[in-house]
Design a protein around this ligand. Structure first.
Ligand code: PA5
Length: 336
């Protein structure tokens, strides 16, 4: 997992190249963009929803189900994304998208998805295998941006991708295992999460998907629970719920993911929320986005969480790599 994490800056460049290498053209005007996938493969869709949502004149949605919404049709550009290519929900959604005449692009390492797409004459972006889907966010996200750029739906992003890779290279030095605790934000976060329940708060439209990503990374890498929510919504419900039961609340540790691009009124909410929370939880910390472009800023919040979840696994004496529970569940479903 450490190797996969440290390879992310280079993965992003390779992923971009793979997307740009695809020959694409739209069969009909594109009225919606959808990513269908699950788990580590769906998070790339969420990144697309946040990043492209601000830039595209059409909606971007993520489908995490066997079935597709009714609006999907010939004017839907649909990325069927599955790292393994064998996730049954994604295969089912792919089949339905074919029946509905959607403009499909498969994004996978292989498996049944690649076989079906090739047989159907559907374009496939084949990304390298051998790492966990959750360590492949570059492969599962950047090719979708490249396709949208090639279709003329997004402005050229080559510079942003180059900045992303450079920024991650610099961050890798700060987050890697050799960097001592005093200078390593990811190790500091892991120590604060250890033997506690992590709660991660992001902001709508910027870091919301990153908060969800941190939660998933703690679950899958550290094999521990974690919860997430977003500003401003959490100010309208979750914030009220930090009064009882006091002892259990003191087992929570909250990290707020911040970006100067967050809505100015949301930025005012952070300090007020912390003040209202008082000493209800074990502690609170903040991670601030860095970098210039939106891509670098998004990943500048993702990367510390990725490393922190792996350090947390090590504190628990757990191998972050295998997710036997998911494998078992898929195997048992496959028997039926
Ligand atoms: O991280 C994981 O291993 C899971 O969340 C998988 O991504 C999820 O089960 C879907 O599998 P795939 O990404 O191969 O479609």
């Amino acid at each position: 997992m450490f190797d996969a994490l440290s390879g992310l800056p280079e993965q992003c460049i390779r992923a971009w190249e793979l997307g740009m290498a695809l020959t694409v053209s739209a069969r009909a005007e594109i009225r919606q963009v959808m990513v269908t996938g699950l788990g580590g493969s769906a998070i790339g869709g969420d990144l697309l929803r946040i990043f492209a949502g601000k830039r595209l004149p059409v909606p971007v949605t993520v489908n995490r189900d066997y079935v597709l919404p009714k609006f999907v049709g010939p004017q839907t550009l649909l990325f069927a994304t599955s790292y393994s290519g064998n996730t049954e929900e994604t295969l089912s959604a792919y089949r339905e998208a074919r029946e509905k005449g959607a403009q499909i692009i498969a994004l996978t390492t292989g498996g049944k998805l690649k076989a079906m797409a090739e047989k159907d004459g559907v374009p496939v972006i084949t990304v390298p295998g051998g790492i966990s889907p959750r360590a492949a966010t570059g492969y599962l996200f950047l090719p979708t941006l490249a396709v949208l750029q090639k279709l003329g739906l997004l402005e050229p992003l080559d510079e942003q991708v180059a900045e992303l890779s450079r920024h991650l290279q610099a961050m890798r030095e700060q987050l890697k295992p050799e960097t001592p605790l005093a200078e390593n934000r990811a190790k500091q976060v892991a120590i604060n999460f250890f033997q506690r329940i992590p709660v991660i708060w992001g902001a709508s439209g910027t870091s919301e998907v990153v908060a969800q990503r941190w939660k998933g990374q703690v679950n899958e890498n550290a094999k521990a629970p974690a919860y997430w929510n977003v500003f401003p919504e959490l100010n309208h419900n979750e914030l009220v719920g930090f009064q009882k039961p006091e002892e259990l609340l003191r087992q929570l540790y909250i990290v707020i993911l911040r970006d100067t691009q967050d809505h100015p009124r949301v930025q005012k909410r952070y300090a007020i929320t912390r003040e209202i929370m008082g000493g209800a939880v074990a502690g609170m910390d903040e991670i601030e986005a860095t970098g210039n472009g939106d891509l670098a800023r998004l990943y500048s919040l993702i990367y510390p969480g990725d490393y922190a979840s792996v350090y947390l696994a090590l504190l628990y004496g757990i191998d972050p790599g295998p997710v036997k529970v998911i494998d078992q569940l898929k195997a048992r479903l496959a028997e039926q």
